[in-house]
Design a protein around this ligand. Structure first.
Ligand SMILES: Nc1ncnc2c1ncn2[C@@H]1O[C@H](COP(=O)(O)OP(=O)(O)OP(=O)(O)O)[C@@H](O)[C@H]1O
Ligand SMILES: Nc1ccn([C@H]2C[C@H](O)[C@@H](COP(=O)(O)O)O2)c(=O)n1
Length: 240
């Protein structure tokens, strides 16, 4: 009789626009795993700060408010959700205003401690088949900037996605076409600025874990990246 593979925890990190969300969702859907977008959680707390008149450039004010909003993430890769104090935040967290403020908010140690705790409990539930685990105990794909290096250092598989700034800007501009922020040069400058802020902060910066597998997606289609990651997960499961 065939036994079900042991739950697997996959960490996918990398700079903006390298394909973390698209890849993670597709891998989780194909393997029947849960999916967690940790960037959405940092965006959600940033949106709450902006909506509640907190000065996001004042780390002490952000730190004092970090424990207040209740953030809930739905982990079904077919329909990931994010709410703040019971309100659907999936639209507002993608505005330019939130994108411009999220690096400052996510650099505050109290914010990171709060969100990291949330991420660890969601990952543990997904691996144990707890009540909120849509992946029914098979495991989870968690994507972000510091998942392999800090949040889940014991993840079964760590992937670090990269791509050239030009490829990343072209992907983002294609997404934003006709909307505010669609200019290619401006898009590239904005994402490099965010990468610099995210990799240079003191607490838990954007970083490749020593034991992560680096995948340069510049010349790869999304389907090729997904196939590569799915193969790596299956190899891990077979080796267990
Ligand atoms: N290998 C690829 N080839 C071409 N386009 C891609 C590839 N991977 C992702 N994309 C596209 O690039 C855009 C950005 O992808 P995605 O949102 O998954 O990146 P991300 O790393 O999660 O970004 P961020 O960190 O800013 O949230 C999307 O429009 C997506 O469809
Ligand atoms: N693990 C994470 C995930 C995200 N962030 C911060 C830094 C990003 O600029 C921002 C938004 O993430 P995105 O939606 O672009 O993936 O959130 C982080 O610090 N740590």
């Amino acid at each position: 009789m065939q036994t079900a593979p042991a739950p697997v925890i996959v960490a996918i990190d990398g700079p903006s626009g390298t394909g973390k969300s698209s890849t993670s969702k597709a891998v989780a859907a194909e393997l029947g795993l849960s999916y967690l977008d940790t960037g959405a959680q940092y965006r959600a707390i940033t949106w709450w700060m902006l909506s509640n008149g907190i000065d996001v450039e004042d780390p002490a004010a952000v730190a004092a408010a970090a424990g207040k909003p209740m953030i809930v993430s739905g982990t079904d890769p077919a329909l990931p959700t994010i709410s703040v104090d019971g309100e659907d935040a999936s639209g507002p967290i993608r505005t330019q205003e939130v994108t411009a403020a999220v690096s400052a908010v996510s650099a505050v140690a109290e914010v990171r401690a709060r969100i990291t705790g949330l991420q660890r409990s969601i990952a543990a539930e997904a691996a144990e088949g707890g009540p909120s685990a849509e992946g029914k105990g098979r495991g989870i794909v968690v994507e972000g900037r510091d998942i392999g290096s800090t949040v889940l250092p014991d993840a079964d598989l760590k992937i670090f996605l990269t791509a050239s700034p030009e490829a990343r800007a072209a992907r983002r501009s294609g997404e934003l076409r006709g909307k505010e922020g669609a200019d290619l040069a401006a898009t590239q400058a904005a994402l490099l600025k965010r990468d610099t802020a995210d990799s240079s902060r003191k607490t838990s910066p954007l970083k490749k874990a020593d034991d992560a597998v680096e995948v340069d997606t510049t010349e790869l289609t999304l389907e090729q990246v997904v196939e590569c990651v799915v193969t790596l997960v299956k190899e891990k499961q077979l080796a267990e």
